[in-house]
Each structure stands twice: as structure tokens, then as C-alpha cells.
Design a protein around this ligand. Sequence first.
Ligand SMILES: *[C@@H]1O[C@H](CO)[C@@H](O)[C@H](O)[C@H]1NC(C)=O
Length: 532
Amino acid sequence: MNNTSSKRTTMRTFVFLMMMLAASTLSMITPTSAQQNDDEKQTMIDHDGTDHYSSRSVRLSSDTTNIGSNERKILIENDYEVTYGTYFKIVRMKCGFDHAVKNPGKCTKNTYVLRKRGTDVPTIDPNTNEMIELVSEDGTETRHFEIPATSIAVGGTFALAYLEALDVDAETLKLIDSQYMHSPCMQLAVQNGEIIDQASAVYDPVDWSVDTTAWSAKCDELNVDLTFTDEYGTGKCGNREEVNVLFHGNADDTAILRAEWVKFVSLFFDKEQFANEYFALESDAVEAIKTYVEKGIVASLSEKKTCVWVQKMGSYYEILHDTFRTSLCVDAGMLAYQGEAGFLKKAFAIDTQQEAFHSAIRDYDVVVDESYFYDVSSLNRSAYESNLAFDQLSGQTVKAKDGNGGLLLRVDASRGNGMTDDLKESGEVRPALLLNDLVTNVYGGTLSNDDACPKYFRNADESAIYVTHENCAALENADNEKKCVTDLKEEAERKTPSALFADSSAITTRDAIVATFGVSIATALSVLFAIA
Ligand SMILES: *[C@@H]1O[C@H](CO)[C@@H](O)[C@H](O)[C@H]1NC(C)=O
């Protein structure tokens, strides 16, 4: 899967050339701090004399641009910091994202030192000239990896989605747990025997104890040298503590911040450029959809729609009002339920607070229902409504009930192995599709939504799709033909009723990066674009 359109590549080349020009012009007058920085580093050449990370094109971008950073020490969103040496990178976890700040026990400030395969373990931090710490900031050991890894294990399926986004294939990705996996292409890899499939945890049916020995034994057998695990230790290789990397992708607050963790994963494969471009495209597409929704849809409504997420869980009805869900509603042009600050949800006891629950959501135009059912194949709207007690007296007038003018959406539009939903899998790395899918469901036929691209939401009247390995080819084609994200972005820009996009659909907000190089350069560029 390659998400960079040729148009974009052309644009990028122009932007890059112009930036080089701008940089060299400037340096004739006075060297930029970034260049000074680079020049100093020239003195620190690795043992074979090659400075592998000297070009910004192979380094991570610290923002949503598709061009890597000028700096050799880059902070990504307070999540982690990368220092590039000549043949290695030092990745220091910062644990500064909201979830980690609120749950300090969930994030460890590990240091990962990633060196080119076959090179010596580096000892000096090229930025500080000090010894690289043997123990990380919060007391855990500093872990060393040779990259690219040769044998990777991933037990959690959301982490798998990031590897798929980076096109990490079955040559290095050796061990997965497909039990609760959605991905049609990973299902195909298992079907073809290209990947070893092993339950990462086996639950004892009597005492619910967890047994991970079979997974850990497979790690040993396959000589696994890298695994991405989560804060619960999913898919940890038990006998090789030094290969486990704690990955936080799905803990961030918004869809776009979650997707940005693709950059973190890319560090382990020297795929920074790919990750920068992937994230730039997703960010551009999300911005284009938001702008389209605002100017092309919401502008013509007499008032904004309202949106709330709910679920029935155990003996409670819950309103889910965390930032991730709330911001999806807002990005889709709606007013979101405002919950009490500092809380992620509000619970109502089924026995005693049914009326209060219905009152709280009564007037909302869109109710997104996340209540989980193992098998939805025989369920219809009546079943989802009675689950939320819309058939009871206090529920009769809830707007989202059939016939009352509202909308009841489900998050299980697409189901994979073990009745899993794609929202929690590819939904974590595809923020543009996620947003567009919500927009499409809320407002009806708006932007195209190719059948083969992932689906996350459905109207409660529609049935779920079940994906198998047979859906892989169509999805890959759609991605290769850029039908899922690139086309979406371009269509959103084209359809947005605005002078800015009307005559320059190819020039995205991001490519207006040139603005930072001064008006004259920007003018020169727009002339070039016009010629192109
Ligand atoms: C939903 O399914 C139930 C049970 O299968 C059935 O009795 C009912 O008529 C269905 N309702 C609708 C609206 O199709």
C-alpha cells in the first residue's frame, strides 16, 4: 500500500527543491541553526564512516508535514523524543500524552537504542556528548535493538494495524494472534501459512487465569527480536524481556494523534519517510473533510446536529464522553455531549436510572451505540432499541428511536475474526476514513466511500459486513489505487465551496508550508505550481 499520489510526489519535489534553494540562499547570509547543528554532527562519523541519518528526508517530521525535521533531536507531541546519531537512534519515551499523565503507572519512560544491523552498540549520545544511559529515566533498563528487526511478534491486533499501515510484511512479521483480529489481509497471510498464528493468551475456563507460555515459547522458537506490546502486556515475549516495546498508539486523545504513532513504529524499520508521508496524507485528508463538512454541509443547515455515544455495559447504561469520541462528533460538524470534565463516561444504573438515561440523550439527533453483541447476524433495529430500553415508556420519545427523526448508529459495521470490530483495529490508523465514515452515515450521500475501504459505522437498520481473507485483494487494490484516502481528500477539496480550494485543489493547506519561507519564495512557488 502506497499512500503518496504522484501529484503529491511532484508537489513534494517542488517544495523540497524550493526549500533547498531557500536554505542555501539563507546560508549565504548566515547559517541556519539547523545547519550549524548538522555541521557539528559531521564530526561524529560512525565506525564505517557513513552518516546514515544526515538527510532530513530520512528523519521523522515533528509535525504534520511530509518532510522530515531539520533537527537531529526531535520531540514528537511530548510522546517521545528521537536523537539521530550517524548509524543509530536513541528513542526516549516521554510519557507526556494525556492518558499517561493521568495514569502514570501505565507508561514507562523507557529508552530504546536502535542501531543499524551489524554495527556496534553505541555508547555516546551525539547530542549531549554524554554516555547513553544504561538505565532509563524511570529506572527500567535501556533496551538495544538492531534494525530492521528480522523476526517480529505482535499479539495485540491494534498494534498490528500500524505495522500493516507501514507495509511491514510476512518476511519479518513472523508471529501474530489472529483470534480477535479484523484485518482481511492478515487473515489471508494466516490462511496462506505466511505467518504463524498462535493464541497470545489462553484463559482457564474454571479460574480465568491467563496462560501465556505457548506464545512465549513460540517467541523463543522463532528467535523473535522485536515485539510491540501494550500497557496490559498483550503479546509480550515472556522469556525475552529485552525485545518487548511498550506501544501506546491507541491511548491518545484524538484519532489524528493516535494515527501519528505510525511514526514511532517506523523508527524500528528506517521507514520514517514513509510514516511522514502517511501521516501527512491522513492529516491533510482529515482537514479537507472537516473543511468540507463545515462549508459544504453544516453551512446549509439551520442548526448543527447533536451527537452522543452510549453503550449498555453490565447493569449500567453509559454515556461515553471521552475526547476521542467527542472530537469525532465535533469534527463531523456536530455538537457533542458535554460530560463532566475529568471523567470519561457517565453511568446510569439500569434498575433505577433508566429515565434519567433517556432524559440525558432524549434530544440528540445522533446516538452512536457501542453496546457489544457477540453475534449481530440475527439482530435488527428493534433489538438494539430494546437493549437501550427505547421500547420502555421513558424511551419512546428518544429522538434516535425509529420514527422520531433521529439516527441510531452502530460501531460494528465490519466484523472480523472472533466478532471483532474494525473501529479498534484499522480505525486507529485511518483517521480520515473513520471521520468520513461517520460523516457519510450522519448526512447521507456526501463524499465517496469506496465499498472496499474499511467501514466503521452503520445505521442500526443496516446489517454488519463480515470480512474474511477473501476481502484482502479488493482492499489492497482500493489502497493501491488511492481510493481510500487520497481520492477522498481530493474529492473533499474539490467539493468544498470555497475560493481557496475551487481553483487550486492540488495545493493543500500543508503545501502552504512555504509560507514560512517568506512571501517572495511563496510567490515563486505558486508561479511554479501554476506552470506545473
Ligand atoms: C426484528 O426481529 C424480530 C425477531 O427476529 C422480529 O420479531 C421483528 O419483527 C423484527 N423487527 C423489524 C423492525 O424488522
